[in-house]
Design a protein around this ligand. Structure first.
Ligand SMILES: Cc1cc2nc3c(=O)[nH]c(=O)nc-3n(C[C@H](O)[C@H](O)[C@H](O)COP(=O)(O)O)c2cc1C
Length: 389
């Protein structure tokens, strides 16, 4: 199976060589927005939070981080487009490195999943389309209430290259801040996904219509960041089968394959592999709580993931509803090289240790996912007691 590194059965705790990075295990911190970076500046609480979740040879992906001032759609998410932000991130990255972990910065633009209150000039958010997100979804406002997504402004064809340029500059800033690499957030109904999905993208120019056209923006972003920091520091995240924020596609399997085919081709052109491909599955229900997305049948999902995994020529990471056992199984059966964990990692700063010794897990508290307290629901989840070991 592509990407596996020995004939012996791999486990979540086997080392893995992810390009130039040597990982000591495969339990990855999934990127997660936590709204603790007041006014876009990472503060000391972030250093504490990420450091708590660091292990020697571990791999962390930062929360979605704004590439420019039009990129935000949540309160108090960090940015990586000003000097002040870069300087503040350095302290977070240093804290993670001090514990021996590797950390990538997830580069994020929410596109139409924003609101005038988050836009610099109070204007409409930008997107591939001028269709708003339906009222099935609500946007979290700065005062903690929920609002309605406004009508976005469809980008003109001539404006799109500037967006790719914003990703490029943000990638350079991330490297200056000390990050080991970046992840392009192409998932979950945000800007790049708004181009990829035929349920959203209604463009009639070279960025809409055919699969090739819908993939074009993502590919331009990948080319832009790779030109700046090199393929071996770039991961890509997509979620072809997730319909969060109305991001539906008429054929997720084919869309995923179209993205993969193009990434494979780019790798050949670059003469170097991307760090990884990271796919979120809609199987969010695995431990009892539906998040979003259409939970397909288990067989359907497994078939898609295996097809994508086999097609991608490089490191493959999966995410979405994984328990310890499901992660063990995915790695042992060669369905993934790495597994990223979200909610379980929020509630268990020492998740890697708990998984290793098969210890009980703390339960996550949903109501503090997106609140601003620098401690409560953020860095106050308990570590294992010695008596558990
Ligand atoms: C509070 C919260 C914030 C999240 N923020 C992001 C984000 O910023 N970027 C992203 O790509 N995914 C984000 N996700 C999705 C997670 O990365 C992950 O894929 C998802 O939670 C499924 O994994 P899990 O079942 O292990 O939680 C978020 C999830 C949660 C629960």
């Amino acid at each position: 199976m592509a990407g596996t590194q020995s004939d012996e059965t791999n486990t979540l705790f086997s080392p893995y060589k992810m390009g130039k990075f040597s990982l000591s295990h495969r339990v990855v911190l999934a990127p997660m927005t936590r709204c603790r970076a007041l006014n876009g500046i990472p503060r000391p609480a972030l250093a504490e939070y990420y450091s708590q979740r660091s292990t020697p040879g571990g791999f962390l992906i930062s929360e979605g981080t704004m590439i420019s001032e039009t990129a935000a759609g949540f309160p108090h998410v960090p940015g990586i487009y000003t000097e002040e932000q870069v300087e503040a991130w350095k302290k977070v990255v240093d804290a993670v490195h001090a514990k021996g972990s590797i950390i990538f910065c997830q580069l994020w633009h929410v596109g139409r999943a924003s609101h005038q209150v988050y836009q610099p000039d109070g204007g409409a958010p930008i997107s591939s389309t001028s269709k708003p997100i339906s009222r099935r979804w609500r946007i979290l406002m700065p005062d903690g209430t929920y609002g309605i997504y406004p009508e976005p402004q469809a980008l003109k064809t001539s404006e799109i290259p500037e967006l790719a340029e914003q990703y490029r500059r943000a990638a350079l800033n991330a490297i200056r801040a000390g990050f080991d690499g970046i992840e392009i957030h192409g998932a979950h109904g945000y800007l790049i996904d708004q181009f990829l999905k035929d349920g959203i993208n209604d463009r009639t120019d070279e960025y809409g219509g055919s699969l090739a056209n819908r993939c074009k923006f993502l590919i331009q972003v990948v080319q832009a960041v790779v030109s700046a920091i090199g393929a071996e520091r770039v991961g890509v995240r997509v979620s072809p089968a997730i319909d969060h924020l109305d991001a539906t596609d008429s054929n997720p399997l084919t869309l995923g394959l179209a993205v993969i085919e193009r990434l494979n081709k780019l790798q050949l052109q670059f003469g170097s592999k991307l760090t990884y491909l990271h796919i979120t599955q809609p199987r969010y229900t695995a431990y009892g709580q539906t998040e979003s997305g259409r939970p397909g049948s288990e067989d359907e999902e497994a078939h898609m993931i295996r097809t994508w995994r086999r097609a991608f020529q490089g490191t493959f990471m999966c995410s979405g509803g994984f328990t310890r056992e499901l992660g063990m199984q995915a790695v042992a059966e060669g369905d993934a090289d790495l597994v990223s964990y979200g909610r379980l990692f929020i509630a268990n700063p020492d998740l890697v240790l708990r998984f290793k010794v098969n210890a009980p897990l703390n339960k996550y508290i949903r109501k503090t996912f997106y609140t601003q307290d620098p401690v409560v629901g953020y860095t106050d989840y308990p570590f294992l007691l010695r008596s558990h070991l």
